[in-house]
Design a protein around this ligand. Structure first.
Ligand code: HEM
Length: 354
């Protein structure tokens, strides 16, 4: 499905399932998904299990709870800019800034030691790379699950005040701690929490450097950043290949007959350039002010971390260009390598200087 209207219709229609382990589920990966006896992730659940599972963590991601993380996010952003300014030039923005900032934020929120970031970043990189073989995916999943299993077990022994610690305490109040559930939740949040925002940071920096008049307008009036972030999310739609569903019954939509068991790919990227919804859709218009986009999906599975992602991007954009006004790409854009083979679009390496 390519049209905004149809994508929204499917994402909010209970006749379509999110079960990624269903044989009909569409995948752009060359390898079939590994048969898995692991607990289903939130992303894979259908009602009523999905609503129940989502409600257990929803409170951690409200606008209010997220806003409270603002000062700490600002500190993390400033520390990484300090380190960049003190270090050699050019520097790879991805490794020095885009990846560690959201990674540290999600680690602190969850209670995962950031010192282990190399371990989980390489594994989650394998998971979102469509060129990874089924064997590689299975190995990376197993290793991450094992790591998180040990972490959750340690937290059950010694309570901690972080998302995982609070979930353990909450489960204890109502009965037994379900380790499988907690590990599955930690796994999803850890991957979703840094692979996505990191790519948005690099891409947003690049496009603003390429369109200096837009960046100048933004710097003159930081009140515009929030709307700008929304437009950047629409413009890039980085989770462009992440949305799929499988039909549970026969459905007719937009003149297409979808039979029960068939998979549907929802091209949010195309939906976000639908001329019936967005005027001059191919243009980056930072004043567009539309939140009607599909970058975070739509319906019951709409991104749980969207408030956090928005806040991180807002702080990053406001701070990076204010603190390094002479920031520029150190190589011509056509020398950059883009992640066209991954579930999430982005830039692999982005050498910058100032
Ligand atoms: C779901 C995109 C950041 C956690 C989703 C979905 C999209 C998306 C498109 C819907 C998938 C579907 O319907 O099948 C993005 C983008 C981000 C971002 C573009 C950054 C710019 C984050 C962050 C977190 C997060 C920072 C965690 C802190 C999740 C979770 C789900 C989800 C847990 C599953 C929700 C559910 O199934 O109920 N995201 N995401 N995301 N996202 Fe994000």
């Amino acid at each position: 499905m390519t049209k905004h209207e149809h994508i929204r219709a499917i994402l909010s229609d209970p006749r379509f399932s999110s079960n990624r382990r269903d044989p009909g589920f569409p995948s752009l990966s060359r390898e079939p998904p590994p048969a898995s006896d692991l607990k289903k992730l939130l992303l894979e659940l259908d009602p009523p299990e999905h609503g129940q599972a989502r409600r257990t963590v929803l409170g951690e991601f409200t606008v209010q709870r997220t806003q409270a993380l603002g000062p700490r996010i600002q500190q993390i952003v400033d520390q990484h800019i300090d380190a960049m300014l003190a270090g050699p030039r050019p520097v790879d923005l991805v490794q020095a800034f885009s990846l560690p900032v959201p990674s540290l934020v999600i680690c602190e929120l969850l209670g995962v030691p950031y010192a282990d970031h190399e371990f989980f970043q390489t594994r989650s990189g394998t998971l979102v790379n469509q060129k990874s073989t089924a064997e590689e995916v299975a190995r990376a999943t197993g290793e991450l699950m094992m790591y998180l299993g040990k972490l959750v077990a340690a937290k059950a022994q010694e309570p901690t005040d972080d998302l995982l610690g609070r979930q353990i305490a909450k489960q204890r109040e109502t009965g037994e701690v379900d380790f499988g559930d907690l590990v599955a939740m930690a796994f999803l949040l850890l991957i979703a929490g840094h692979e996505t925002t990191a790519n948005m940071i690099s891409l947003s920096t690049l496009v603003l450097l390429q369109q200096p008049e837009k960046l100048a307008a933004l710097r003159q009036d930081p009140a515009k950043t929030l709307a700008a972030v929304e437009e950047l999310l629409r413009y890039f739609t980085i989770a462009e290949q992440a949305l799929g569903r499988v039909a549970r019954e026969d459905v007719e939509l937009g003149g297409v007959q979808i039979r029960a068991g068939e998979g549907v790919l929802l091209l949010a990227n195309t939906g976000n350039r639908d001329p019936q919804v967005f005027e001059n859709a191919d243009e980056l218009d930072l004043d567009r002010g539309s939140r009607n986009h599909l970058a975070f999906g739509f319906g019951p599975h709409q991104c749980l971390g969207q408030n956090l992602a928005r806040l991180e991007l807002q702080i990053v954009i406001d701070t990076l260009f204010r603190r390094i006004p002479e920031l520029r790409s150190a190589v011509p854009v056509d020398e950059l390598s883009f992640k066209t083979d991954a579930t999430v679009y982005g830039i692999r390496e982005f050498p910058v200087t100032w």
